[in-house]
Ligand binder design. Structure first.
Ligand SMILES: [Zn+2]
Length: 219
């Protein structure tokens, strides 16, 4: 039987990883999607000492202990991913130690060779603009990303409502996230690049073209 493909999406906040993840799910029917953000949010709902701490981290920012994301991730895969299913990961690994752990784990699962590490590459400046300049329709709540032709919209393209700039996060929080990428995730990118395992995808093009580039990179 052909072994299922696994995908790890890497990229700055605002790079459109989530959108590309959805497109991959459609293209490859049998993928199990793991968002590290969701794993942390679920953990925060539990009635436990750990949940309290994680809740605080999510609200105030800061770093969880080194192995927490890895443990959650391994737990999720161990309990849920079926034999014939591929893994689609978003938001992990974000530190080199996590990348090393992940490698060991993928090797154990005999999935390392069929795992693609995809960097959806956008510049720091582009990420900052996307996160601070995206708009929301006052009337219907539609989120208008700061990309391509959407930048030109004067009113909502669905209902004609007024568009407001309203970053969900403060500029400080956005800067923190982007700094985290520079200081940590960029080392993960280097880690895969040095081993010639990274597929660098130009994230500063229309969504469909980003996806096309992904598909040709994994052929
Ligand atoms: Zn609208």
């Amino acid at each position: 039987m052909e072994k299922s493909l696994n995908f790890v999406l890497i990229g700055r906040s605002g790079s459109g990883k989530g959108t590309q993840a959805k497109l991959l799910m459609k293209e490859f029917q049998n993928l199990y999607y793991i968002s590290t953000g969701d794993l942390f949010r679920n953990l925060a709902k539990a009635n436990s000492d750990m949940a309290e701490k994680v809740k605080k981290l999510l609200e105030e920012g800061g770093l969880p202990p080194d192995d927490l994301a890895t443990s959650l991730w391994i737990h999720e895969i161990s309990h849920n991913v079926k034999k014939d299913q591929g893994i689609l990961a978003d938001g992990f690994p974000r530190r080199v130690a996590e990348a090393e752990n992940l490698d060991q784990f993928l090797e154990f699962l005999e999935r390392k060779e069929q795992t693609f590490f995809l960097l959806i590459d956008i510049s720091n400046e582009e990420a900052y603009n996307r996160l601070t300049k995206r708009r929301i329709c006052e009337k219907c709540g539609r989120l208008i990303p700061w990309v391509g032709a959407f930048k030109e919209l004067k009113v909502c393209d669905k209902c004609g409502g007024e568009l407001l700039t309203r970053p969900d996060d403060t500029h400080e929080a956005i800067n923190n996230r982007l700094n985290f990428y520079e200081e940590n995730v960029s080392r993960v990118v280097e880690y895969y690049e040095k081993q010639d395992r990274l597929k660098r995808i130009n994230g500063e093009q229309p969504i469909e073209d980003v996806f096309k580039e992904i598909l040709s990179a994994i052929k």
